[in-house]
Design a protein around this ligand. Structure first.
Ligand code: PA5
Length: 445
């Protein structure tokens, strides 16, 4: 098994019959999901995606990625939320958070259109100066403000640099199959387009063209990623909590939530996991946080954050539990050098592999936090490979869906995301929002 869920460090916080009590509810959630008669059932395309994905498009993704690799030094992926987090998480996890600074034969990959920052945009434009650039705008709706602004800017840059004709072969668009202004515009302009399937929501879309094109540009084996997800899809088909570890994770989260553990902290022990944490936070936060319910998803990277948030986790309000991701087989090792003068008194570590120290830090922290009243759920990945990460992505997507149904919410919509947009459009003077603008201005002044 490439991903294993280990709940032994949560055992002291629940009684053994709690799994048995929640099993009927899990069965109901499983039935809603597999019979597709639960809330949000028009967004279940991700369930079979690891095998039912469009093979023709998959080949086009690989071909486009190869062309991009050969024709640019900088690749800019433009998108926000579910339209960028998955790709960035996978690239950083499997390559490095410092991917752009490493020696490599693939282009630098930057992400734009995920903020409203003049500084971020200007900095990226200056990075692009004198370099060959390709872009991929990713937006299911095609109307999201942040990526739309960035696309305007980068399209103009490319047209200025290469002419309209030259820019055409450097602009790739991932959007709805047929609806929306972006699709229409791309067809008219002659850009190559890829599809965000109708039945796959943004935060479940990393294994579609949304994530796969940028991931393939970075030189990651997308066949392996899909194979890992397919392996998980088969592994987690039985609803029994004895057999299904993704469901067991979802069930345990729900049991803890009912005991007042309303914040879950996803813990990574490697800086390369930081963006994966961000992907996970969107997945669970946007799926569960509704109807005044839901576990608040937070994240940390240890040991870094043990020196900032460690105090709170050990000793603060006891409404927390942690889900720790541990990668069993490290890809890189580093031996701690000896210091003949032993100035820091650390010669007891001389000759030891840094990974051994990291794993010991993890064990020590886990026991300390459990002693401090924080249940620890452990997810053990066998290695840091595309296959195992594909498996983990599916594990979380499935657990999230079951968890949402256990909570009694629709895990596949995100009505709350619209509230800020309406206010922003009104305040910015978008036509049609005049009444709201007056009311908002009165509250602000
Ligand atoms: O998960 C989601 O649905 C959101 O995060 C969207 O992906 C995000 O808002 C971007 O939307 P779009 O792809 O339509 O530009």
């Amino acid at each position: 098994m490439s991903v294993r869920f280990n709940d032994r460090y949560a055992a002291s916080f629940i009684s053994t019959d709690e799994y048995a009590h929640i099993q009927p509810m899990v069965n109901t959630a499983h039935s809603l999901l597999t019979k597709k008669n639960g809330a949000g059932n028009d967004f279940l395309g991700w369930i079979t995606l690891p095998e039912s994905y469009d093979k023709e498009e998959f080949s086009r993704i690989k071909a486009a990625a190869a062309r991009i690799r050969n024709s640019c030094q900088v690749f800019v992926a433009i998108g926000i939320g579910g339209s960028y987090l998955g790709a960035r998480a996978v690239i950083e996890f499997l390559k490095s958070p410092l991917y752009n600074n490493l020696k490599k034969d693939t282009p630098d990959v930057y992400f734009a259109g995920n903020n409203i920052s003049a500084s971020a945009l200007s900095e990226l434009l200056s990075i692009c100066e004198g370099k060959d650039v390709c872009i991929n705008v990713i937006s299911k709706s095609g109307t999201t403000t942040e990526p739309a602004i960035a696309f305007r800017v980068f399209r103009a840059l490319l047209e200025q640099k290469y002419g309209k004709e030259g820019a055409r072969s450097r602009i790739f668009v991932t959007t709805d199959r047929q609806k929306g202004t972006l699709k229409q515009f791309s067809d008219e302009a002659g850009y190559e387009t890829f599809v965000v399937p109708d039945d796959v929501g943004g935060r479940f879309s990393v294994l579609t063209a949304v994530g796969l094109l940028p991931i393939a540009v970075a030189g990651i084996d997308i066949d392996e990623l899909m194979a890992g997800a397919a392996e998980a899809m088969h592994e987690y088909s039985d609803p029994s909590l004895e057999a299904n570890q993704a469901y067991r994770y979802a069930a345990l989260r729900n049991i803890l939530y009912r005991k007042g553990k309303t914040t879950e902290i996803l813990v990574g022990y490697e800086p390369y996991a930081a963006m994966f944490n961000e992907w996970w936070k969107q997945l669970f936060g946007e799926s569960e946080g509704k109807d005044q319910r839901g576990i608040f998803p937070a994240s940390v990277i240890f040991s870094t954050d043990l020196h900032s948030l460690g105090q709170y986790i050990q000793d603060g309000m006891r409404n927390l539990f942690e889900t720790v991701i541990s990668v069993e087989k490290d890809t890189v090792s580093y031996t701690i050098p000896n210091d003949p003068d032993n100035i820091d008194g650390l010669n007891f570590l001389s000759g030891m592999d840094m990974n051994q120290v990291k794993k010991t830090a993890m064990q020590a922290t886990l026991l300390a936090h459990v002693d401090g009243g924080v249940p620890n759920l452990l997810i053990e990945m066998s290695d840091r490979s595309a296959r195992t990460l594909g498996h983990l992505i599916y594990f979380f997507e499935l657990a999230c869906a079951i968890s949402g149904y256990l909570l009694g919410v629709n895990p596949f919509n995100q009505p709350g995301v619209e509230a800020y947009k309406k206010n922003m459009f009104a305040l910015l003077g978008k036509p049609g929002y005049e009444d709201q603008k007056a009311a908002l201005c009165a509250r602000l002044n």
